[in-house]
Design a protein around this ligand. Structure first.
Ligand SMILES: C[S@@+](CC[C@H](N)C(=O)[O-])C[C@H]1O[C@@H](n2cnc3c(N)ncnc32)[C@H](O)[C@@H]1O
Length: 344
């Protein structure tokens, strides 16, 4: 045996699990509380968790009283719901909706483990555009925190981000509708370009739509998030080396956002939801909505102003933004805008 042969360096396994499925948070958050706190102190969100945004501002506006009946239209991780349930303090009732059949049962368990029961809350797996199907005549308050949760973004199997490879799906409810991959097959070049502009103000919409169409014509696969990312990269190949990396990152974020809005019919759902709110609120009932991009915010603003002009809302406010501290500790809060209204 050759003793002079250099020993093979032991591979550094890293401190954190490399794969989403191995991450600690989902499975044993109690055991790994210190790691979770460390990850959060660095401004990151541990996989499988979601940090709720502008909770204090929303609670201050709602000023919840005992025995009130509320609706959280976007349950997600249950952060806002839990804060509301604590304020209700085992009186009244909270109805909470999410369209996602994968995350909703986990959040149900989380709320039960936090000490709440079916007496205090009811979860509904449905689209919030149908919330009028819940058998409650009038709510004291309604909140919505639009978009997707960190758990959905961080799970590569859901295909919400170009940052990890997975099926190009992007559906909040994978049991209905079609995936983003199929949707791209269905759309013409002009339709893809229009979708990118309308849903995300994509400045390279023409180039990306052209490259997607060329890939389809060549029979190339656009089945995974990585396939689409590489097409976007190719479409921006003409940019200078200095600007390319940042431009590809931004264009990928916007393209994935545009596709997500499309496959989930997000604008249609929000429009219907906003239209139904006035009829579903008691006199002096309150609504608070958090949005994360200009398309959503514009719809919320227009609806609130419209109903204020009609005398249906006696007060509207916003956009209110998260504090500097909140954005610093949770960068996912940076684009949040809060708008509120009170029924006459
Ligand atoms: C930003 S997260 C909400 C996070 C939550 N407020 C919390 O504190 O954990 C948005 C959630 O709304 C859900 N959602 C988005 N659009 C929806 C719709 N039209 N109907 C029902 N749920 C929807 C998503 O599936 C996601 O779980």
């Amino acid at each position: 045996m050759d003793n002079n042969k250099p020993k093979r360096r032991i591979r550094y396994s890293g401190k954190y699990p490399k794969k989403f499925e191995e991450k600690y948070k989902e499975k044993q958050p109690d055991k790994y509380q210190d790691i979770i706190e460390h990850v959060m102190s660095k401004g990151n969100t541990p996989a499988g968790m979601h940090r709720s945004i502008m909770v204090d501002e929303i609670l201050e506006f709602l000023d919840i009283k005992p025995n009130q009946i509320g609706l959280d239209a976007t349950l997600g991780f249950g952060g806002h719901s839990k804060a509301i349930l604590e304020k209700l303090n085992y009186t009244g009732h909270l109805h909470a909706i999410d369209v996602d059949p994968i995350e909703l049962p986990k959040t149900y368990e989380r709320l039960i483990n936090a000490g709440f029961t079916d007496h205090e809350f009811t979860l509904h797996q449905m689209n919030f555009s149908n919330f009028d199907q819940i058998p409650v005549k009038e709510f004291d308050f309604i909140i919505a925190d639009l978009g997707v949760s960190s758990m959905q973004i961080d799970d590569p199997k859901r295909g919400f981000t170009y940052k990890s490879d997975g099926p190009l799906d992007l559906r909040m409810n994978p049991n209905i509708g079609v995936s983003a991959s199929i949707r791209l097959k269905e759309l013409s070049q002009a339709e893809i370009e229009g979708m990118l502009v309308e849903n995300a103000d994509e400045i390279y919409a023409k180039e990306i739509a052209l490259e997607i169409t060329k890939a389809k014509a060549n029979g190339e696969s656009i089945e995974t998030t990585k396939d689409l990312y590489l097409i976007i990269k190719k479409a921006l190949n003409h940019l200078s080396k200095q600007t390319q990396d940042e431009a590809i990152k931004k264009a990928s974020q916007r393209t994935f956002q545009a596709l997500r809005i499309d496959v989930n019919h997000e604008y249609e759902a929000l429009y219907e939801f906003l239209e139904k709110i006035p009829n579903a609120l008691k006199k002096d009932g309150k609504v608070a909505i958090l949005s994360f991009h200009s398309g959503e915010d514009r719809l919320v603003k227009k609806a609130f102003q419209f109903y204020q002009r009609q005398g249906i809302y006696r007060f509207v406010s916003g956009p209110d933004l998260p504090t500097y501290d909140e954005i610093h500790t949770n960068p996912r809060a940076r684009s949040a805008k809060l708008r509120c209204a009170i029924k006459s």
